[in-house]
Design a protein around this ligand. Structure first.
Ligand SMILES: [Zn+2]
Length: 352
């Protein structure tokens, strides 16, 4: 099922598709309220840091069913100030139409942290983010939890590595992920290529190479091994290669299935000639909070082959949102509807 809910004037394109691939049985948890808000911290240059792979912890790690969704209390960033007075470009909404050319969502995975713990993705250091130029562009998603919080397989698969990366390289260097587990996912092929999931910084490993695992099976425990500022799970999706950090990672937001009542915004910010723009700040104003993200910063942040995105924001409560961004010349704004378990596509084309 694919439907297009909105078409813009000028240079903004908005579409929505449902996550309609076959899925295993699932128990809805409609009370889950993910994702505390985050303040953008300004600099949108494309530089990368050689620093560590994880941000300053902002979550307590305690199991959190209802994290605060209050608007940020800190001083608004320059970006937010700029979007208070958009100059042009508000999208208009068209009746739903079917667009058979849109990709299907591939929400093939459950969460790597069980319900009852912090099972939503940290947005302060999202996939492709440098967290405001503090760190290397992120190739995965972080789940902040106390040491030895259960880590579970996101799908069925076979363990192809379980141990330290002191001698084998899975990251940009050895010794990056500490104790890690790599799973080759079973019965999944993405455009003819195998799909892997990686679980890093673990304190505990409960599986061995060659072992088959099933969805939800506890395979390890959260830790802070390798290059980590504190205990959290670093989770990655890799396509094509299990070990090539630089060309195989994909955005977990497009693979982890949203809860009922939550959906995903995905899109890109490009120039009229199609060039992807890095670290462009986006403000996402919703019914409950204002959220911030950036377009991908790193060469190794590979867009999904079908979607071609350079930003996402998952775990958004269903509802209407105003998304704004700006180029050097003007502001762009679009109204989008985030549907339950749907991916809403939004494209900003900056005039050159
Ligand atoms: Zn990480």
């Amino acid at each position: 099922m694919t439907r297009q809910i909105a078409i813009s004037l000028l240079s903004i394109i908005v579409v929505t598709v449902a996550g309609c691939m076959p899925q295993p049985a699932y128990t809805p948890t409609p009370t889950k309220t993910p994702d505390p808000s985050f303040i953008a911290v300004g600099d949108t240059s494309a530089g990368e840091s050689d620093s560590v792979s994880t941000p300053i912890p902002t979550l307590t790690g305690a199991p959190t069913e209802t994290p605060s969704l209050a608007p940020p209390s800190d001083t608004p960033s320059p970006t937010e100030t700029a979007t208070e007075t958009p100059e042009a470009g508000t999208a208009t909404i068209a009746p739903p139409t079917t667009d058979p050319n849109l990709p299907e969502a591939h929400y093939w995975f459950e969460r790597p942290i069980p319900t009852g713990w912090t099972d939503y993705l940290d947005r302060t250091y999202a996939y492709g983010s440098t967290s405001g130029n503090q760190y290397r562009a992120h190739n995965g998603a972080d789940f902040w939890n106390p040491v030895s919080t259960p880590v579970v397989a996101v799908g069925n698969g076979t363990i192809i590595y379980a141990g330290t990366d002191n001698q084998v390289q899975y990251g940009p260097t050895t010794g990056f992920y500490g104790n890690l587990i790599v799973v080759e996912m079973s019965n999944i092929s993405y455009q003819g290529q195998p799909v892997y999931t990686l679980y890093g910084h673990l304190a505990d490993i409960f599986v061995a190479e060659g072992e088959d695992v099933t969805t939800g099976q506890i395979i390890g425990g959260v830790g802070g091994t390798g290059i980590a500022l504190g205990p959290h799970l670093h989770f990655e999706v890799r396509v094509g290669s299990s070990s090539d950090y630089f060309s195989s990672t994909r955005n977990p937001d497009l693979w982890i299935r949203p809860y009922w009542g939550f959906g995903t915004l995905a899109g890109r910010v490009v120039t009229t000639s199609g060039a992807y723009l890095r670290e462009v700040a986006l403000t996402i104003r919703g019914p409950d909070a204002v959220r911030y993200t950036w377009t991908y910063a790193g060469d190794e942040n590979i867009p999904d082959t079908e979607w071609g995105e350079n930003f996402t924001y998952g775990d958004l409560p269903e509802g209407w949102y105003t998304v704004t961004t700006r180029s050097a010349q003007r502001s762009y704004s679009a109204e989008v509807f985030i549907g339950s378990r749907e991916t809403t596509w939004l494209e900003f084309v900056f005039e050159e």
